[in-house]
Design a protein around this ligand. Structure first.
Ligand SMILES: [Fe+2]
Ligand SMILES: [Fe+2]
Length: 211
């Protein structure tokens, strides 16, 4: 049977074997007794590269965003048609076109990942859209209709920005630098769209007269 200790009848070798075992036990005992060493070991384990699990999470988040962008191409088209103010309508059409470009960029990310593009239903977006529809049913006409639509769209922009930040962080952790510019460009597009919607809301939103 295999043994780490020298199998010998030589007394010197036997003594060597005992010393070896003693040293090993001393090291083990000190590792357990030394809380700093133990903490360092835990930190090292937590920071150990876990590329497969990180990539798995990245691909799930990516599939979620691929669904989001494709779903929003349709939704922004609907919002544009339903808008009361032509300026609001054209803002949604503009972002619809930008969203189509975002879909293309995500396809590029999939290509660089060597993975077929796939969608995963995003419950977060569906929740936001459901809430927006409920709100819109209470404000069907006039300027308030557009205020509700712009408010809902801004919530979605912030959701998207957070999702892209998470994807960029995961890409950095994986050391997958080539996908980052595509994700950053999409994130920037959401940021600019949110800023444009904020200005639009300021222009089209009715103001209650101050007394
Ligand atoms: Fe988007
Ligand atoms: Fe967006």
């Amino acid at each position: 049977m295999f043994s780490v200790f020298p199998a010998s009848s030589d007394p010197a070798m036997k003594l060597f074997g005992l010393l070896l075992m003693g040293s090993a036990l001393w090291v083990l005992a000190n590792e357990k007794a030394d809380p700093v060493h133990s903490l360092n070991a835990q930190v090292a384990q937590r920071n150990a590269p876990d590329t497969n699990r990180t990539q798995q999470l990245f691909l799930i988040e990516l599939a979620d965003m691929f669904y989001v962008e494709k779903r929003l191409v349709n939704k922004l088209g609907e919002l544009s048609e339903q808008a009361m103010n032509p300026e609001v309508s054209s803002a949604f059409t503009k972002h619809k076109r930008e969203t189509e470009e975002q879909v293309n960029r995500l396809q590029q990310v999939y290509k660089l990942m060597g993975h077929a593009a796939e969608e995963k239903k995003c419950e977060g977006l569906e929740g936001l859209l459901e809430e927006a529809d409920g709100m819109a049913s209470k404000f069907k006409d006039g300027a308030m209709h557009d205020v509700v639509a712009i408010t809902a769209a801004r919530k979605v922009e912030h959701y998207e920005m957070a999702a892209y930040l998470a994807l960029i962080d995961l890409a950095q952790r994986m050391g997958k630098k080539d996908v980052i510019p595509y994700l950053q460009e999409n994130r920037q597009g959401e940021k600019e769209s949110d800023a444009a919607l904020e200005k639009l809301l300021d222009r089209v939103g009715p103001r209650v007269a101050q007394r």
